[in-house]
Design a binder for this molecule. Sequence first.
Ligand SMILES: NC(=O)c1ccc[n+]([C@@H]2O[C@H](COP(=O)([O-])OP(=O)(O)OC[C@H]3O[C@@H](n4cnc5c(N)ncnc54)[C@H](O)[C@@H]3O)[C@@H](O)[C@H]2O)c1
Length: 296
Amino acid sequence: MRILVTGGAGFIGSNLAKYLAAHGHKVVVLDDFSSGDFKNLVKFTGEVYTDRCENPPAGRFDAIFHEASITDTTVTDQWKMMQNNLERFRTILSWAMVWKARVVWASSAATYGNRPAPMRESDEPSPLNVYGYSKLAMERLAAKWHGDSHLPIIGLRYFNVYGPGEAHKGKFASMIYQLAQQMKAGKRPRIFHDGNQRRDFVWIDDVIQANVKSLEAEGCHILNVGSGVSESFNAIIAELNRVMHTNLQPEYIDNPYSFFQNHTEADIAAARTILGYSPNVGLVEGVRNYYGSGAM
Ligand SMILES: NC(=O)c1ccc[n+]([C@@H]2O[C@H](COP(=O)([O-])OP(=O)(O)OC[C@H]3O[C@@H](n4cnc5c(N)ncnc54)[C@H](O)[C@@H]3O)[C@@H](O)[C@H]2O)c1
């Protein structure tokens, strides 16, 4: 297939682009390099377009993976967020209509806000910031587009993705990456009181699996993509201490955020049924792989 990956310089997009290219597809990356990192693309030998998702690359595509987004969840400029996330998605969908391309795209668990876990797609959406709202508006646009085009479109609500290629995200990288950086520097890892906040951490390869399986799906769906289990920050630190052979105890600090998800955990039954998605890598294996890769 000829496949367009937007946000292809980013964490998930670059892993996806490299995976698809290694599996025989013709892959073109589109990115504006606003938050992505060229280093993620050094081993990607396909074509790269530098654009804000305003101008289509030449030729037709069979499928689009739309990962491009503002991923700084603290951006409060609503115009900026909605222009970049919702309006550029509208542009992408207009190209897909012309190309008759299927679309797989990145939504987010941020659409749930502080809903009780486990989160199900049928829950009332409750985003706590404009980032989460932009993803919700994109989901509604995707449903309308499917009604008009009858082309397959699958939105994946990622939970907390971690793995190689996220270093450029700084304070928006996974907590696993951030805590590991502090501990590698010999510092006690800093977390909010009392460290029992829970997150559904999902290893990057499982996210790639969900994307690739979405290429076969029909219809219009919004599906959770997580590991299906949650881990506390205290447990992450214990696991990092184990693989790094350290014994650094957490330093608890006050939480300055007025909005904060205390417990995220995906119910992945729908993705299992519709995609045949089955996450393979739990926390112990993921942290070991990550540390072993040298990218953490
Ligand atoms: N990483 C996670 O845990 C997570 C969780 C939920 C949802 N998501 C979603 O997954 C997608 C990928 O996230 P990521 O973690 O790889 O973040 P990332 O910041 O590494 O990647 C996003 C990429 O999009 C690019 N971009 C932004 N706006 C663009 C535009 N208008 N045109 C072209 N390129 C543009 C950035 O330069 C960057 O390379 C995003 O849509 C994000 O909202 C990620």
